[in-house]
Design a protein around this ligand. Structure first.
Ligand SMILES: [Zn+2]
Length: 121
């Protein structure tokens, strides 16, 4: 893959990662504020833990964390020099697809096959 394109993709991945981390942070802060305003006794560590538990259990964070995992995986594949290769068939993933979905790890053919399977199941 062209180094320029790869750099662009890495930048995108990092931007997405920061966005998600900010969202999670914001959610966490909201939870902490909620708990504080409810005047729950206990030290600050307990408060943070409770907030974190709440966040971990919430649907939003589940989705965000899954996405975050995908992005981290993609960055790891960049480091390992295997980024852009389909994890299922080993073919190169279309550059256009990677630019649109930088965390994609399957080529369009394998992704379509996977989705078809999901529908049938
Ligand atoms: Zn494939």
């Amino acid at each position: 893959m062209d180094k320029k394109v790869l750099n662009k993709i890495i930048k995108k991945l990092n931007m997405k990662k920061n966005e998600i981390l900010e969202t999670i942070d914001r959610e966490l802060q909201n939870e902490i504020d909620d708990i504080k305003s409810e005047n729950i006794t206990g030290d600050i560590v307990d408060t943070a833990n409770t907030a974190y538990d709440l966040l971990v259990n919430s649907k939003l964070s589940e989705k965000e964390q899954e996405k975050l995992g995908e992005i981290r995986d993609a960055l790891k594949r960049v480091e390992e020099n295997v980024y852009g290769r389909c994890v299922a068939c080993g073919n190169n993933i279309e550059e256009k697809r990677l630019l649109a979905i930088p965390e994609a790890k399957k080529c369009i053919v394998c992704k379509a096959t996977e989705e078809k399977k999901n529908i049938l199941m």
